[in-house]
Design a protein around this ligand. Sequence first.
Ligand code: A2P
Length: 254
Amino acid sequence: MFQETVLAANHYTENLFSFEITRPDSFRFRSGEFTMLGLEQDGGKPLLRAYSIASPSWDEKLEFFSIKVPDGPLTSKLQAIQPGDRIVLGRKSTGTLVLDALTPAKNLYLLSTGTGLAPFASIIRDPETFERYDNVVLTHTCRTVKELNYGKDLMQATMSDEVLKEIIGDKLKHFTSVTREDYPYQGRITDLIADGTLADAVGLPDLNPETDRVMVCGSMGMINDIKGLCLSKNFEEGSISRPGQFVYEKAFVE
Ligand code: A2P
């Protein structure tokens, strides 16, 4: 394992935080992949969990977006990390939420709930995404308005970066919805796709395997429902060995 150093931690709600750590020169990954990460334990094996890498593959730091599980063995400790603390990082990364798992098309949909946004935070900062697609639609649905803030800050930082702004142009659309508070778009993403709200909001036609590719990351229930929706529209599931029209991965849950 690599032994890395915490550079920053940012708390968004009582349940959500992000953090940055140093990146070893030899740690390579594809945007959208996950790795193992955690903390040393006294006299035992390190306590590790799978974490999507939220930073893009060109970045010299590594960034992660995490929930805080009150009695979770790892996150109850991890949420207290401070700059200078040590983090254990796996040597390898893997995952299906990568551009190479999808066949070429016009539009890319990145559908997320909660911390399922993390792999897409990486993908929307990768210039290759915008070489491959004319439109990239990033959706993020949370229970509360505050839980959207990591994604809102991410969009603002991305679109104020001189280099990324030039590469992305008007190709990236950010759609947010909330399920348990008042908000301009209220409801689960599955319902907002089904009733045409998402299509209207981003100005694109309904999901179609001819033109669209879909990546999904969130809770198991959300993934299953989107998977059902994709299959009902004749989308074919993809993988790196056999690229297809949609891919999914469960967000990290302790
Ligand atoms: P809801 O509030 O209606 O359950 P969680 O915090 O439980 O992971 O949920 C994150 C977001 O995902 C919430 O807005 C939640 O909506 C939504 N969600 C939960 N299950 C599904 C599902 N099966 N399909 C679509 N969205 C879902």
